[in-house]
Ligand binder design. Sequence first.
Ligand code: FCB
Length: 461
Amino acid sequence: MTQRTFPRSFVWGAATSSYQIEGGWNADGRGESIWDRFSHTPGKIEDGSTGDVACDHYHRWREDVALMQELGLQAYRFSIAWPRILPEGCGQVNQAGLDFYKRLVDALLEAGITPVVTLYHWDLPQTLEDAGGWPARSVAEIFVEYADLVSRELGDRVKHWITHNEPWVMAFLGYEKGSKAPGITDMAAALVASHHLLLAHGWAVPVLRQNSPGAEVGITVNLSPTDPASPSQYDADAARHFDGYMNRWFLDPLYGRGYPADMIADYQQDGYLPAEGMPFVQQGDLDVIATPTDFLGVNYYSRAVLRSDRVPEATNEPRTIPESDPAQQTDMGWEVYAPGLYNLLMRLHTDYQINKLYITENGASYSDGPNEKGVVRDMRRLHFLYDHFTAAHRAISAGVPLAGYFVWSLFDNFEWEQGYAQRFGIVWVDYTTQQRIPKESARWYSRVIASNAVSAELPTL
Ligand code: FCB
């Protein structure tokens, strides 16, 4: 059978994040994070659950690393829980927390798995939220102290650093929509938060480089290609705005273009930014944010199709992109759209000339569980991954410098405000027994990794 082979140095991995898998929420001196506070607040999490125990990875990391090795993962992207290291956000260091990550990193290296560390995957120490959270510039300064500490301790062994995971989600779902911790609904504050997240990133880059010689340093953003639902000017404008809100607001300043002028104008018109623009952007900030990095991490799940709500439906042109078919959606209600990954990678390559890209997350939530034989035949996930790997291969063939791929997620885990209702794992987790069962998608993924290739035809089992 014909194979689509990936470049020799291509890296295959899987990703998780601290709050979603670790549990041990108050073990060994860990401080409180905004996600502890949020999930412990009644009504915030759909199934009433918390990350208190999650996959209990804090206690089961040894067997989890063994499983990664058995699957043949070449790299593992995980995040560090800031309040496990600095329970108060800064100051007093919790040695037990540092030791946990040191042991984990050592075990990974021993297993031949490259650790890829995300410093911040949304679990801000609650004390720092109490001090103003990301809308406070001081929190960005404190992030750099945290980055300095962690990279001094782990920088000899960890050579791949991601400053932030998805600053769009942190800023806008955390501070504008309030669907995620800290649950604030204030768009003006969210815009300030987005700037401070980017600033913290830019300040941390040279610190990480200094403490971790030879390391690759980057940031991970979540991006969605935006397609207008019809060729009307209204939908085109809705797509422009959404693209600016989600994609360009982060990409433009990271790649030296400053914040997009059309978005500043939109936000001024809506009253979220004052007439003078962005007074919280100080002299030199934009240079800091544009500090060159070694790679961009991209999280891709789906595209966005934009239909204007500024005019009545009858005034707009008929849709040419239909509403997505529920049969083509994952359990999150997200459209399965692999061409979007190709389009996105091509755009990053041509519009931003990015030197190196990793897919740091891509995957799908489907609830398929073990059958009577204990086998999880998650064919929809397997096909989802197959289609997206194939799209990535196409982009590489077209010249995109894509260097690796991290499936989201290694485990079923705590999916934020959706609790345990959504299962993204290639490994099934039974939350009562903590048993792990690699799903058929994981078995198939192992073969992809081993051959560094996907087949030209849709795989069957
Ligand atoms: C991304 C997050 C990750 C997970 C997936 C489904 O936005 O980075 O933690 O929740 O979505």
